[in-house]
Ligand binder design. Structure first.
Ligand code: PMT
Length: 405
């Protein structure tokens, strides 16, 4: 199937290269059409090299030095030869032009001539996104049957925090491949209890043991669950992340506090995802004062912290329980051991010795290990996309469990 990928002029234009690749990986032939302002952000050559196809950059660019009839009607050919028109990033300007039928360049004329499926992935500054003009235009485009891949929330290039960031390219590609972009509300009715981040175990009044967890994986899980309609309770260790909108966040420091917060909310929960990197040991009798330095060697006696996952496993009833396993070796073996010993429905096995994934990174790569013995590798992607796959699989497990009862 052929996709015409329209690239608008915005900071997110560089992400369209990943989108082109992600679409090709899903079997689409991708024909890129760039607006003039998109060329200010990314070179057509990048797309030509990625797709191995001609990139259209202007209304008459195909004509080169001679104006021919075939070049003058190229936008009609593109409209006819592609089954799907995906525009990413769809800028506020493009949305306005599409909504009102203005056609002054190749992409906007192709849009008017196009009769197939249209998928628009907007990206812009939060105020531009929230502006009534943009929202009115979106209403018009939705009413026309076009599919809108809502932008993500987060820190934007302009420094503002809010909605406006281009949705994850892998997710856009998945939605295009899935056939219909609809706001998924498949977690409606669920209460999802998520743990995130590290714990901090005091050694004295000023020192503590912790680990490299940033909380990004757990926060991505919370954002994904709330976007899909769940009520979300996020028990978070100390992290430097903004609280996700619509999520009830409980801040804790130690493993003992995390255990208490989890147990306080266990009754309400229908799904539990334990992505926190809980310290395995703590100093149970940590002095309340600052321990003085002496010349002598010092050794510390540490006690195990409560194993929260194992305790939930014993009390879980028919709740769906997903644990993580952060490993540097024997990934699947360790994940299977934790799956059994902690009575989980699924373990997200996370190899944390690899650069760029796992602790304190924006991306992850995991293997989902299930009780059936099935293992599902989820290739490297943003933590939000990984979170999406985890919930897809949890929903599938829930349906399978119901069907077998
Ligand atoms: O936070 P980020 O920077 O985004 O990094 C994400 C991550 C690497 C922390 C995450 O993907 C991950 O792998 N989390 C699990 C970390 C961990 O502590 O794994 P573990 O194998 O030591 O623990 C196994 C499971 O038991 C985990 O679900 C953990 O939450 C739970 N556990 C561990 C100890 C304890 N005392 N109580 C627990 O509940």
């Amino acid at each position: 199937m052929n996709v015409a990928l329209g690239v608008g002029g915005g900071i997110a234009a560089y992400k369209s290269a990943e989108l082109a690749r992600a679409l090709m990986e899903r079997g689409f032939t991708v024909n890129v059409v760039m607006t003039a302002s998109a060329e200010e952000f990314i070179r057509p050559l990048t797309f030509a090299a990625l797709t191995g196809r001609k990139v259209i950059t202007g209304l008459f660019s195909a004509a080169s030095s001679e104006a021919t009839l075939s070049s003058a009607i190229e936008h009609i050919r593109v409209a006819q030869e592609n089954q799907i028109l995906v525009v990413a990033p769809a800028t506020a300007d493009l949305l306005a032009k599409f909504a009102h039928g203005l056609a002054d360049d190749f992409l906007t004329t192709t849009y008017l001539a196009f009769t197939g499926r249209v998928v628009l992935a907007p990206a812009m500054n939060t105020n531009m996104w929230n502006h009534p003009a943009t929202q009115e235009n979106l209403k018009i485009l939705r009413a026309r049957g076009h599919e809108i891949v809502e932008p993500d929330e987060g820190v934007l290039a302009c420094g503002m925090v809010g909605p406006g960031r281009l949705a994850d390219p892998q997710r856009i590609a998945e939605l295009v491949a899935a056939g219909k972009v609809e706001p998924r509300r498949d977690l409606e009715g669920e209460t999802v209890l998520i743990t995130a981040g590290p714990t901090q175990e005091p050694l004295d009044a000023v020192r503590y043991i912790t680990n490299r967890s940033s909380g990004k994986m757990g926060y991505a899980l919370a954002e994904e669950a709330v976007a899909r309609g769940a009520r979300v309770v996020l028990v978070s260790g100390p992290v430097n992340l903004a609280e996700p909108r619509g999520v009830e966040v409980i801040h804790v420091l130690t493993a003992i506090e995390m255990r208490q917060a989890v147990m306080d909310h266990l009754n309400d929960a229908t799904m539990i995802v334990k992505s926190a990197a809980v310290a395995d040991y703590h100093r149970a009798d940590a002095p309340k004062h600052k321990v003085k330095k002496t010349a002598a060697r010092m050794s510390l006696e540490l006690d195990p912290t409560p194993d929260i996952l194992a305790e939930i496993g014993r009390k879980k009833g028919d709740r769906l329980l997903v644990g993580f396993a952060a490993e540097t070796e024997n990934l699947l073996e360790e994940a299977r051991r934790k799956l059994e010993s902690k009575n989980c429905d699924m373990i997200v096995a996370n190899l944390v010795s690899q650069e760029g994934i796992g602790f304190d990174s924006d991306e992850n790569e995991v293997v989902l290990v299930e009780r059936t013995g099935e293992t599902i590798p989820v290739r490297r992607a943003s933590k939000r996309a990984i979170a999406g796959r985890i919930f897809d699989e949890m929903i599938r497990l829930r349906l399978a469990l119901h069907a077998s009862q």
